[in-house]
Design a protein around this ligand. Structure first.
Ligand SMILES: [Fe+2]
Length: 201
């Protein structure tokens, strides 16, 4: 079995503003977790090449476990990039009567934020995610358990809300998920979300 050498991913730097309800210390720790996903993904990808070179039969069990973990680490990396980029540039409202606003009105009748908040408040670690389906020309909102389960295959991510405890426990306590989700929406730069939508709709 031949595998080419892997190209390591590099952790991105985010230019984050001071936020309301999400402290600098919480962001700092959260960025540290994000960088851990990048590091772990690179380590797994490189290890898989090493195992393949040694012969997949010899390392079959370890290979199986690492392959399972690979998408967990990758999705943790990429989703945090979607997440932090949404705050860059500072809190900016959704453009009234813009294309995204109109699409929300059509599908969610003005209740998009409440709908995503309800998904975010589901129990268990994971992500409330809004995707757009360019084929069906409609949104799909869902819950990705942890970060690698429950995705809609091929659909681009429009908005990603991290609802793992690490995102809110420092600022709001173990039962403070609702307060954190409110803070998340307050700090969103909707122009980032609008740009993502315009690229795929
Ligand atoms: Fe996170």
């Amino acid at each position: 079995m031949l595998l080419s050498e892997v190209m390591d991913y590099t952790a991105k730097k985010f230019d984050l503003p001071k936020m309301e309800g999400i402290s600098d210390e919480s962001v700092k720790q959260h960025i540290g977790l994000y960088e851990g996903y990048v590091k772990n993904f690179n380590a797994i990808a490189n290890k898989l090449v090493e195992y393949a070179k040694e012969g997949t039969d010899k390392n079959a069990i370890a290979l199986g476990e690492l392959i399972r973990r690979k998408s967990f680490e990758f999705d943790g990396m990429r989703l945090h990039e979607y997440y932090f980029e949404q705050f860059e540039g500072g809190s900016t409202p959704l453009t009234i009567n813009g294309p995204l606003c109109k699409a929300f009105e059509k599908e969610y009748h003005g209740y998009f934020n409440e709908y995503l908040k309800a998904i975010g408040n589901m129990r268990g670690p994971g992500w409330a995610i809004l995707y757009y389906d360019p084929v069906g020309k409609q949104f799909q909102a869902g819950f990705a358990g942890e970060q690698h389960q429950g995705h809609f295959v091929t659909l681009p991510v429009i908005l990603a809300l991290d609802v793992w405890e690490h995102a809110f426990i420092l600022d709001h306590g173990a039962s403070g998920k609702g307060k954190y989700i409110d803070a998340f929406f307050k700090n969103l730069n909707w122009s980032v979300i609008e740009k993502r939508f315009s690229e795929v709709a």
